[in-house]
Design a protein around this ligand. Structure first.
Ligand SMILES: Cc1cc2nc3c(=O)[nH]c(=O)nc-3n(C[C@H](O)[C@H](O)[C@H](O)COP(=O)(O)OP(=O)(O)OC[C@H]3O[C@@H](n4cnc5c(N)ncnc54)[C@H](O)[C@@H]3O)c2cc1C
Length: 463
């Protein structure tokens, strides 16, 4: 816990309104979306400048207390959890867009800017920021960079990493680094920018970012298809990709749809029942593209790979169809899901799905399983719902026991136990399923270089 002397030092840095210690704030800012851990921070700091962030880190090094960098707290791995008397450093008051360059098509902003704000800013300038997911209205650019967030457009535009042209960070040592200056090309040695992308607040606090904006896609059109079996999903993907550049290829199970209809009142896409659904999106900017999509649909129908389908005819319809995929995470959150975020190479997805499904059927017999995910990227979200009568602790213990088997299978295919949610606290003890001992040793050495006193997010990502 922070002593009164340190608290007053922090107060001096941040000003009267910049430090909160009331119980409600400690509870709110001490946790993320996992809700698995009891929040117990000592105080919440709201810096407004990079100099203040630097001063906080310097005091933490002198007084030897730990800092949890905090964004929109939508993280799903416990990375922003403060459960051990840490100082939470929230970036939410560093929320300004600083510079826009039309010729470079780039925007520089503070790390606390909300993701949807950047999307909106890009649209107002006839441009597009392609990183998107259901939590974009709350997550921050700094948090997206710290987790290298993915989402629903990765198949076409890549992860957050692809959009980051430059960063300003304050390292765990308290040094300010300006990385890559917004350059597209820069072959001058190690690109430290990329070390901070996906570092989950363990190496430094990101204070500013320069992001690449792109040409906005035209007339995005959405198809939802009913698919009879896991095996057919990837064949449908291949058939559509043969003639179209898809900007999304997502999937969800009929049980996910069941909860959307029951709890959110969403309409089914069509009446024909199907165990799985694929959601595809493409840029419908010429007559040829729509024709190609309809032909692919027809072929899949004839080959028995698709049972039924619907295609949006307006942006309103496209948005309504997207809600079938985007609302799943929020809808099932009330059933305390145990989340797995797995990935394998796209070519391995079909085999992986069958094998995981078998494990799930054997080991989760008593539990309800909800599948969805960014299957076009090889990324599957496997959610196990807690039975209403079971205690949370017992449920999580049971799920953790099955983890070993699912993760061993993932490892055997060279896959990842966390495709896009990060490691945080939740997946920390399983890191070795995706990283070799040699890699983990190098990761520890990098952590020691940027944060020698281990004050930034200790115990997250690395044990
Ligand atoms: C409904 C829902 C849907 C989601 N869908 C997706 C999805 O499709 N794809 C996906 O990738 N994720 C998804 N997520 C997860 C989450 O939204 C992302 O991980 C997001 O990038 C987290 O951003 P945040 O600002 O909320 O970060 P936080 O949760 O606050 O923090 C996440 C991590 O980043 C660190 N951090 C935060 N800010 C900084 C900073 N300025 N400097 C250094 N470290 C920092 C924290 O310490 C923590 O380790 C979803 C979450 C929800 C709730």
């Amino acid at each position: 816990m922070l002593n009164p002397e340190t608290l007053s030092q922090l107060q001096n840095i941040l000003g009267a309104q910049g430090l909160l210690t009331d119980p409600a704030s400690l509870e709110t800012y001490g946790c993320d979306w996992t809700k698995t851990y009891e929040p117990a921070p000592s105080a919440i700091a709201f810096p407004k400048t990079t100099a203040q962030v630097q001063a906080l880190i310097q005091v933490a090094n002198q007084a030897q207390f730990n800092i949890v960098p905090s964004g929109g707290r939508t993280g799903l791995s416990g990375g922003a959890v403060a459960a051990q008397g840490e100082l939470v450093v929230s970036l939410e008051r560093m929320n300004k867009i600083l510079e826009f360059n039309t010729q470079d098509r780039s925007v520089t902003c503070e790390a606390g800017v909300i993701t949807a704000q950047i999307q909106q800013f890009a649209a107002e300038h006839d441009l597009f920021y392609p990183v998107d997911f259901a939590s974009a209205g709350s997550s921050q650019i700094g948090g997206n960079i710290a987790t290298n967030a993915g989402g629903i457009k990765v198949i076409r535009y890549g992860l957050t990493r692809q959009q980051v042209l430059g960063l300003e960070v304050v390292t765990g040592k308290g040094e300010i680094l300006k990385l890559n200056n917004g350059l597209v090309k820069n072959a001058t040695g190690y690109d430290l920018r990329h070390l901070f992308i996906g570092s989950e607040g363990t190496l430094g606090i990101i204070t500013q970012a320069t992001l690449q904006l792109i040409r906005p896609p035209q007339n995005l059109t959405v198809l939802v298809l009913g698919v009879p079996e896991f095996g057919a999903l990837m064949q449908v993907l291949m058939r559509f990709q043969a003639d179209l550049d898809l900007s999304a290829f997502e999937f969800f199970s009929d049980r996910a749809l069941h909860y959307l209809v029951q709890d959110k009142g969403l309409a089914k896409p069509f009446d024909t029942p199907a165990p799985y659904y694929a959601l595809l999106e493409f840029e419908n900017d010429s007559a040829g593209r729509e024709q190609a999509a309809l032909q692919a649909f027809q072929d899949c129908l004839e080959q028995g790979r698709v049972l039924d389908g619907v295609m949006s005819r307006s942006q309103t319809q496209a948005k309504a169809l997207w809600r079938l995929r985007e609302m799943i995470s929020e809808t099932i959150s009330v059933y305390t899901p145990y989340k797995n975020d797995l990935s394998v190479r796209v070519s391995q997805v079909a085999a992986f799905l069958q094998a995981v499904d078998q494990i799930v059927a054997e080991r989760y017999r008593a539990f309800e399983v909800i599948w969805y995910g960014h299957i076009g990227d090889g990324n599957l979200h496997l959610n196990i719902l807690k039975p209403a009568t079971m205690e949370k602790a017992e449920f999580f213990e049971h799920c953790a026991a099955v983890n070993e088997q699912v993760f061993a299978l993932t490892q055997s295919l060279g896959g990842s136990i966390s495709a896009e949610h990060g490691v945080g606290l939740l997946k920390r003890d399983y890191l070795s399923y995706s990283r070799s001992p040699e890699e983990i040793t190098y990761m520890r050495a990098i952590k020691a270089l940027f944060d020698p006193n281990q004050i930034l997010n200790p115990g997250k990502l690395l044990s």
